[in-house]
Design a protein around this ligand. Structure first.
Ligand SMILES: Cc1cc2nc3c(=O)[nH]c(=O)nc-3n(C[C@H](O)[C@H](O)[C@H](O)COP(=O)(O)OP(=O)(O)OC[C@H]3O[C@@H](n4cnc5c(N)ncnc54)[C@H](O)[C@@H]3O)c2cc1C
Length: 550
């Protein structure tokens, strides 16, 4: 029998992030995972969002992630072509990792963040997260163990797992259990949280290939991702190692329902723009169905679900894993604050109240985008490859349209920074509505529930680097006496760090003298003076405010 504060089923990117953050917060964790230690995941996710990188920075793993993946000088651009080796129509400039912090010329160059996004495949990302998690005191990872059932009582949960090599039974007893066990989640099924939504949006016949000659055949500058569209096939090709390994997605048309009925080899050649003499080797077949499925709830008692276990959607904007990482970090803080004793059990209700509405919104953005892409693929101009001025004009129009449609998903500022929590029991709302956001756009704001806009402190360092692990009170007016608020927090044992910031350093959205930020940088409260009823504010922060109180 193993014991821990929190047991986690699944050591994918979401389970590993949860384990790392809980350990960072001083909690003990046992993770059970069916895969062997070091066994790579499927070659799926390629984009780690700025918001995830910001959190990986706090957890001390961002630099290692940034240094991995494509070669340092490999452009992270997205290019639109008639085929991978064909004519270039347009390009979204996204800097290579070597210049990622200094090159602000691309459409995401204006982002106010200490950690811009990173393009790295899951096969490189996960081993780094695994090594980091494994090295944390308090984290035990049991590989080759399959969780098969769970039972919960008043004080805790026990999960039963089977050692896949010896067949022996393993029991893990913990205060809380989190299912990060992917789309087929045993934990979700065990708590009876059904998926609802749209089960099929798009089928993609996906193949991971080794093609050493391809890079040399691509005209012009390299790109991380190439969208290829011609009258024969439409697809995407991702550079995986920046040398010889590529992931080729063949987007099937709505009437192509059987993966096996589609000629994989011919499709790959149409997308790459190569003839029958071109050699490539299939490393793996990765066919997948884009869906929009969200669990009806994310919790039952002491058991929670995060990541793909709680939601699946078509990976436009590269946000499936990133949304799961945001789930994990949100839940980790709530669990750790409760386990530390300063937050009531009611704080745990915030996980679903905060994350479920965001999941619904983001999953719909991704689905809407997928539907627009399906429409665009059905309308590829038949003469797009025609030489001469008429062909040029068709390609120019197609290039503009592709850029406009896709820049919002590859530079998805709204998904990173625009989402807000508008119905959290932990946030003291002040009546001002949070500004609406879209996939690509948002308005920076300090309205409670929004992400506190990032800026550089007077010494040039990142605002977020100065945040405390729990709550941080930003004081923009040094003459304000905040001792009563600090005392009230102390009386309830709520960890609160005071951070004085020069008003001139803060951007325009900071209109208030005091802005109280949470561990995840979302604003919990703001004002121009400490509130009269201090204990009621502090009670809200630790989940002890009476239900319905505002
Ligand atoms: C083609 C494609 C491209 C994608 N691109 C992106 C992208 O660019 N950006 C992005 O954010 N997302 C992307 N995604 C989505 C992303 O891959 C997933 O959202 C992400 O892997 C989910 O992580 P997870 O940890 O929740 O689940 P998983 O990665 O599925 O991990 C679950 C883990 O649980 C283990 N497990 C399952 N059952 C048990 C059990 N009973 N006992 C023990 N262990 C168990 C599994 O072995 C696995 O390791 C993409 C998806 C696809 C299909």
């Amino acid at each position: 029998m193993l014991e821990a504060d929190v047991a986690i089923v699944g050591a994918g990117p979401v389970g590993l992030t949860l384990a790392i953050d809980l350990a960072w917060r001083g909690r003990s964790v046992v993770v059970v995972e069916t895969r062997e230690r070091g066994e790579p995941p499927n070659v799926k996710c390629n984009h780690v969002a700025a918001r995830s990188m910001e959190q990986f920075r706090r957890l001390g793993v961002a630099a290692r992630l940034r240094d991995a993946g494509l070669p340092a000088d490999y452009p992270n651009d997205v290019v639109f072509r008639t085929s991978v080796t064909g004519i270039e129509l347009s390009r979204i400039h996204i800097p290579a990792r070597a210049t990622r912090y200094s090159d602000t010329s691309g459409p995401d160059g204006w982002w106010q963040t200490p950690e811009p996004p990173h393009r790295i495949n899951q096969i490189y990302l996960e081993p780094i997260l695994f090594a980091h998690a494994e090295a944390q005191p308090g984290v035990t990872i049991r590989n080759r163990c399959e969780a098969t059932g769970l039972a919960q009582g008043e004080d805790g949960v026990s999960v039963v797992a089977r050692d896949l090599d010896s067949g022996a039974e393993l029991r893990v007893r913990s205060r809380f259990l989190v299912g990060c066990d992917g789309g087929r989640s045993m934990v979700r099924k065990a708590i009876g949280a059904a998926f609802a939504g749209t089960p099929v949006i798009q089928r993609v016949q996906s193949t991971y290939i080794r093609a050493p000659r391809l890079l040399g055949m691509i005209p012009g500058e390299r790109a991380w991702s190439c969208y290829a569209a011609n009258p024969r096939r439409s697809g995407v090709c991702f550079a995986i190692d920046g040398c010889q390994n590529w992931l080729v997605h063949n987007h099937l048309m709505p009437d192509e329902e059987d993966f096996e009925a589609i000629d994989r080899d011919a499709s790959i050649r149409h997308i790459l723009g190569v003839g029958p003499d071109f050699d490539y080797e299939i490393l793996s077949k990765e066919d997948w169905i884009g869906r929009r499925l969200v669990a009806e709830r994310f919790r039952s008692g002491r058991v929670f679900i995060c990541g793909d276990a709680a939601h699946l959607w078509v990976p436009y904007a590269g946000y499936g894993m990133n949304a799961g990482i945001a789930d994990a970090l949100n839940l980790s803080w709530h669990l750790a604050s409760h386990l530390a004793g300063w937050a009531s059990a009611a704080v745990l209700d915030a996980y679903e109240s905060e994350r479920l509405p965001i999941t619904e919104q983001v999953s719909r953005f991704a689905m809407d985008h997928a539907l627009q892409m399906i429409k665009a693929r059905a309308a590829v101009p038949p003469r797009i490859e025609e030489p001469g001025p008429e062909g040029d004009a068709i390609r120019a129009a197609q290039g503009r349209a592709s850029y406009e449609l896709n820049v919002q998903q590859f530079c998805c500022a709204g998904l990173n920074f625009g989402y807000f929590y508008d119905r959290s029991p932990l946030i003291a709302y002040d009546g001002e509505a949070q500004p609406a956001y879209s996939m690509g756009g948002f308005t920076a704001s300090t309205v409670p529930g929004c992400r506190a806009p990032h800026f550089r402190l007077a010494d040039g360092s990142s605002l977020y680097d100065a945040f405390g692990p729990d709550y941080t009170l930003l004081r923009l007016d040094p003459s304000l006496d905040v001792a009563p608020l600090a005392d009230a927090a102390k009386a309830r044992a709520v960890p609160l760090r005071l951070l004085d910031v020069a008003r001139r350093a803060a951007p325009a959205p900071y209109q208030h003298a005091l802005v109280l930020c949470r561990a995840d940088q979302h604003v919990a409260w703001r004002g121009n003076a400490v509130p009269a009823n201090l204990l009621s504010l502090v009670d809200r922060l630790c989940g002890a405010a009476p239900a319905g109180a505002s």
